[in-house]
Design a protein around this ligand. Structure first.
Ligand code: GLA
Ligand code: GLA
Length: 702
């Protein structure tokens, strides 16, 4: 099999990015994007998550034949089979897995192996009880369920090193094994045991160097919490009145993300050293907040994530999954990615999610993944389990292996993607607009929401969904990302920011960018300590406003008048704005601050800054705001896409690949900017393109 070139290369000047941030500040050239289709020998990765250990070996051959018939060319296996591979400490048995890999390979199906550390054997807990994570009340978990280990346990590091080394040594030369998934959905539960506390103290010491610096940064003068030795530093564990120092709590969140990264690195380093010809990924969780994926993903070759659209209760609200795709893509410089677990049926552990979707809707969701940049899809799972917690989590097949409607759907998509591969290959999502996700602000907002109903991710969706309703592609960027490719950046709730981010946004606006800021921006420094400047603090000059009064809206009785003449319900928060250089676009509608400014627009150097001092339940409110900002940044909107229909575009040079996805049970028509050709039938489609219920059109044109 081919080997990978992991060297950092920078070809075209436009492919180079400049990463500038406080912690990781250095110029970097973008590595050559990992080409997933090349990795799979020119085939679109089309797969299933397979658990051969749970089925009689006599069934494997029939499974492989049915997979091949459905167009499946990759399986992921092994990620929960530690005890099958190491039944006793230091004694390994890979023969069963060798047989499965070989049998599948004979059917043209290659393997991604999961390292099995998410589910340690019972014998390991019996011998080393300290490997179990401890909850915030000081109680250790024991054996049972999964993901119950502590990422700071030295015994668990040894056990991890042993199994990963043995696996890598055994499979490194197996040409059918093309890559590795490390662990399974890293990130929780958090561990509050003495090993974790010692690791946190060491992390603090590396960061602050002196206790004086730490005490000053955290403001430990409050309630007399000054530390006289590193060993006194606690974790944000259970306390009376459930309160921790917010600065400590934010550093703990950063530490936890760093530790998760370090645990992944422990495995990645072993795999890279022993099996350098096989690629490395990890199955991530979209908008999961506890890990800063933009940091973690520096250690893997490509992003993979687990996509379960039915967590979204209203299936027509496609932007819930869309944002997760775009965040995952953005977490590794917008490179194309893979879905390691694409939902294949209803889900549920003790109860089914319960709102069935027809198999045709799972096809639309598979295409949504492709439309947002997936170059590979593995369905979870090949067949529903007969045993254990996930008896109700449907695979492609049910336990009886009947060729059901989901199998027919998978077969259809398999054929279609094979046909579309030459068109899709090397196409990417290119967006004029970016949504800035700040892990620090998100964590700080969770630590102290300010208002009970204050939801960071909802703020992201307010704006993201409006852009997507208008057919605008959106990249998710992080504080370390370059902004130079964008005309519009929306940065909701920058509660916490450091100098590097403040400077970056000034540079963006200064050179002509349009920036949208919202309430609670510029409130705190990077230590989660409130600024002594007038709000919005470091963003006051950009926004051209001062805030001397705000109103946390506990009862949500406020309203906002504008943009335009309309009145919209307002919720969550009111920043009562005093314009300095800004122009007023909307005012509050009620109460003691009626008629006071709520939304402003300010020209700063060559660019424009919107400051939105409140939130609304009304999607129309955001449609209006987006249309103002899009106008300023010369971004074209499509105002006539029907609700429940998504328009998404991949591009390759001058060629556009347009996906029109209908998540509703009724036939729809979407008006496009021009007439395209149907990429599957080769026939022309009208500009008002019809899309039947639960169906998708893949179109192409210049
Ligand atoms: C009590 C305490 C104060 C302060 C206030 C507000 O009155 O005595 O120290 O904490 O509550 O929380
Ligand atoms: C996650 C896990 C899978 C499975 C599914 C369904 O995505 O990675 O192992 O448990 O959820 O519950």
């Amino acid at each position: 099999m081919m080997r990978f070139n992991f060297k950092v290369i920078c070809g075209l000047a436009s492919a180079c990015i400049v990463i500038s941030s406080a912690a990781r500040s250095q110029q970097a050239t973008a590595p050559k994007p990992f080409d997933l289709i090349e990795w799979n020998d020119g085939k679109f990765i089309y797969g299933a998550d397979y658990y051969p250990e749970a089925w009689p070996e006599s069934q494997w051959e029939k499974d492989a034949a049915m997979m091949r018939e459905a167009g499946i060319n990759v399986v992921r296996m092994g990620e929960f089979a530690w005890v099958k591979m190491e039944p006793q400490e230091g004694h390994f048995d890979f023969a069963w897995l060798d047989r499965a890999i070989e049998l599948l390979s004979a059917h043209g199906i290659r393997t991604v192996l999961g390292t099995p550390t998410a589910s340690p054997p019972a014998w390991l807990y019996a011998k080393y009880p300290g490997i179990a994570a401890m909850d915030a009340t000081g109680v250790r978990y024991r054996f049972g369920s999964r993901r119950n280990y502590c990422i700071h346990s030295p015994d668990f590091f040894s056990a991890t090193t042993r199994i990963v080394t043995a696996m890598a040594e055994h499979f490194k030369s197996n040409a059918a094994v093309i890559g590795w998934q490390i662990d399974n959905e890293l990130g929780n539960p958090k561990c509050y045991d003495p090993a974790s506390q010692a690791a946190f103290q060491a992390w603090c010491q590396r960061k602050y160097r002196s206790l004086d610096a730490l005490n000053s940064a955290w403001g430990t003068v409050f309630w007399g919490h000054t530390f006289e030795s590193w060993a006194e530093i606690p974790l944000p564990w259970n306390t009376p009145f459930a309160t921790s120092n917010p600065s400590l709590a934010l550093d703990f969140d950063r530490f936890w993300s760093d530790s998760t990264h370090a645990y992944l690195d422990l495995q990645a380093a072993l795999l890279r050293r022993i099996a350098p010809g096989q690629a490395i990924t990890h199955n991530e969780m979209g908008t999961f907040p506890d890990v800063d994926y933009s940091d973690l993903n520096r250690s893997i070759d490509f992003v993979a994530w687990d996509n379960y659209p039915t967590f979204q209760k209203d299936y027509a609200q496609y932007a819930g999954v869309g944002l997760a795709h775009d965040l995952m893509r953005g977490s590794k410089s917008n490179q194309n990615f893979m879905i390691m677990e694409q939902q294949a049926g209803d889900g549920g552990w003790s109860v089914f999610f319960g709102r069935q979707a027809p198999a045709s809707l799972y096809r639309v969701w598979a295409y949504q993944s492709v439309a947002h940049g997936a170059d590979g899809i593995c369905y979870f799972r090949w067949r529903t389990s007969r045993f254990g917690t996930e008896q109700y989590w449907e695979g492609i097949l049910d336990q009886d292996s009947y060729r059901n409607s989901r199998y027919a759907m998978v077969s259809q998509v398999g054929k279609e993607l094979q046909q579309l591969t030459p068109l899709l290959r090397e196409s990417t999502v290119a967006s004029p607009a970016a949504l800035l996700v700040s892990p620090d602000s998100r964590w700080a907002q969770q630590i102290q929401p300010g208002v009970e109903d204050f939801d960071y991710d909802r703020q992201l969706h307010d704006y993201y969904d409006a852009l997507r309703r208008a057919g605008v592609s959106v990249d998710v960027v992080f504080p370390t990302s370059s902004l130079s490719a964008y005309r519009l950046v929306i940065a909701p709730v920058l509660l916490v920011s450091d100098r590097a981010l403040v400077d970056k946004l000034h540079a963006f606006v200064g050179s002509g960018g349009t920036l949208v800021l919202t309430f609670r921006s510029g409130v705190k420094d990077e230590h989660n300590v409130v600024t002594d400047q007038t709000l919005p603090g470091a963003f006051a000059d950009l926004a051209g406003v001062a805030i001397h009064e705000f109103d946390p809206q506990v009862n949500e009785e406020q309203e906002v008048v504008g943009p335009g003449e309309s009145r919209f319900p307002a919720r969550t928060w009111s920043d009562i704005l005093s314009p300095r250089t800004a122009r007023v676009l909307a005012t509050f509608g009620k109460g003691y601050y009626a008629d006071k400014p709520a939304i402003t627009e300010n020209q700063w150097r060559k660019g424009w800054v919107y400051y939105v001092g409140t939130e609304s339940k009304s999607p129309l409110f955001y449609d209006r705001l987006i249309s103002l900002a899009a106008n300023r940044s010369r971004i074209a909107l499509n105002a006539h896409i029907p609700a429940g229909v998504e328009l998404a575009v991949r591009q390759k040079g001058g060629t556009k690949i347009v996906f029109v996805l209908n998540y509703t049970g009724t036939d729809q028509t979407a008006p496009l900017d021009e007439a395209y050709q149907n990429a599957l039938t080769g026939r022309p489609e009208p500009m008002d393109v019809p899309v039947p219920a639960y169906d998708v059109k893949v179109l192409t044109g210049q």
